[in-house]
Ligand binder design. Sequence first.
Ligand SMILES: [Zn+2]
Length: 165
Amino acid sequence: MNCLPNDKRAVVNWAMREHRAACRWSPNQLRHTRATQLRAKYGIELTRTVLGHSDIATSAIYAERDLAVDSIAYTHLRPLGSPRDARKRFQADRDWSTFATAVNEHLTTPAAVEALEKLAELVSVEPCCLLCTCPEPDRCHRSLVADALAEVKPVEVVHVRLLQE
Ligand SMILES: [Zn+2]
């Protein structure tokens, strides 16, 4: 039985549709929310492990989505990543000198040079932040990328460091 006039029913139906649209959620949102919390507190490597991603790039999608909410663009310049074998060796032996040599050699490859030029374009438009999972820049390939970028284009590099608790 219809107990509301048609125009009131339309308003109620509209309000119900709005409520459903605003309150629609999926179990995956819980996963995303937890992943975001883990990433913020413990970093992307732990997030990757907890989510069971085989590739850290998949976990990085969460970072990309969160940045987009704040109108921050995320550009993945894959050729500027450290070479996998050098990274694995560095994780095992912590020999920075050997790692830096391998990364600097990698940064002269055509793909990396092209990516550095893309990065130079980006920094000429707006401030950019090089991201990596390493907590400190001094033992991270991003400082080597910043140095290589400075050879392509004069830039001011400011290293973002963890606050000591
Ligand atoms: Zn790093």
